[in-house]
Design a protein around this ligand. Structure first.
Ligand code: NAD
Length: 334
């Protein structure tokens, strides 16, 4: 199938081209993101392939449909950037890669936890400048600390397994109870109980209307003072302004994020020579107890390979008229 592949970097092109045999699909790579202005690039392509920051909203889908696109192939798990109802109305099929790096993301969350706790990011800079003072680098043992996991699907479960290995207690909150987490000794509680009793809180639920700003001023009031908050899921799970207030008051002791609500304006690009206009993001970077990475939790060689394999399998399923297990559809309205 002829596929217009948007938001591609050199690493995407490498893995997609390597996994795609020359006779399989005709891939045309575009660097820009898909949106209303760039949709014209896909004119005549039956399929478009997109990532987390492409804007697959109703107007973009209408343009794509008018030029012959019938398939949207997501190279990611989250689909909050796609108007599924509009796609269904236009007869466009949407498929995704539901799991490509659960270990990679969970391991990155652990990396944030360890770095923030033991201040490795600060120690790295100090030592390079010949400053071997330990003042300000005091950490705590993870052993016997309580980790609250919000969202215990694939990634949340693996985080639980790893933190169990550190000797942590596990609290969990999810609309669905995962028996594998319970088998680890994890205890499901209501959200307020998790917030009040966790030393570390890590977010692993999807961004949906029910989870938008899950961590807001009210939630921050309920947390244990000095908590470590980790978000490798989606930026808008957190009300960033409220979290900044929590950091200023000391209620939040540490913040590690791989995602940010307005990240589409920033992440995946080299803006080192530019003036960043986002004052909320810039304020976050001023705290010594905040560690930010630019949506790289998924970024392992295994993940990029899995993404490419699943993407082509999804396209083949749809092309051959098979039902595709990774198709996503709009929820029927109540
Ligand atoms: P998953 O579908 O396996 O698990 C998500 C869990 O969240 C499920 O158990 C589900 O029941 C739960 N959930 C749904 N609604 C909830 C609610 N209202 N409250 C609490 N829990 C709720 O997904 P996953 O593969 O573990 O991925 C989790 C998230 O990680 C994804 O939604 C995605 O946004 C994010 N992600 C980030 C990266 C990255 O690079 N930073 C990469 C992949 C995925």
């Amino acid at each position: 199938m002829k596929v217009a592949v948007f938001s591609t970097k050199a690493y995407d092109r490498h893995f997609l081209s390597t996994v795609n045999s020359p006779t399989q699909h005709e891939l045309v790579f575009f660097e820009p993101r898909l949106n209303r202005d760039t949709a014209i690039l896909a004119a005549g392509f039956p399929a478009v392939c997109v990532f987390v920051h492409d804007q697959v909203d109703a107007p973009t889908l209408e343009l794509l449909a008018s030029w012959g696109t019938r398939l949207v192939v997501l190279r990611c798990a989250g689909f909050n950037n796609v108007d599924l109802q509009a796609a269904a109305n236009l007869g466009i099929t949407v498929v995704r890669v539901p799991a490509y790096s659960p270990y990679g993301v969970a391991e990155h969350a652990v990396g944030l936890i360890l770095s923030l706790n033991r201040k490795i990011h600060r120690a790295y800079n100090r030592v390079r400048e010949g400053n071997f003072s330990l003042d300000g680098l005091l950490g705590f043992n993870l052993h016997e600390r309580t980790v609250g996991i919000i969202g215990t699907g694939k990634i949340g479960l693996i985080l639980g397994q790893i933190m169990k290995g550190f000797g942590c207690e596990l609290l969990a909150y999810d609309v669905y109870h995962n028996p594998e987490l319970e088998a680890l000794g994890g205890k499901y509680v209501e959200l307020p109980e998790l917030l009040a009793n966790s030393d570390i809180i890590s977010l692993h639920c999807p961004l949906i209307p029910e989870t938008h700003h899950l961590i807001d001023t009210e939630a921050i009031k309920q947390i244990k003072s000095g908590v470590m908050l980790i978000n490798t899921s989606r930026g808008a799970l957190i009300d960033t302004q409220a979290v900044i207030e929590g950091l200023k008051s000391g209620k939040i002791g540490y913040l590690g994020v791989d995602v940010y609500e307005q990240e589409s304006e920033l992440f995946f690009e080299d803006l080192s020579g530019e003036i960043i206009q986002d004052d909320i993001f810039q304020r976050l970077t001023t705290f010594p107890n905040v560690l930010i990475t630019g949506h790289q939790a998924f970024f392992t060689a295994e993940a990029l390979h899995n993404i490419a394999e699943t993407t082509f399998a999804n396209i083949a399923d749809v092309e051959q008229g098979h039902s595709c297990a990774n198709e996503i559809r709009a929820q029927p309205s109540a």
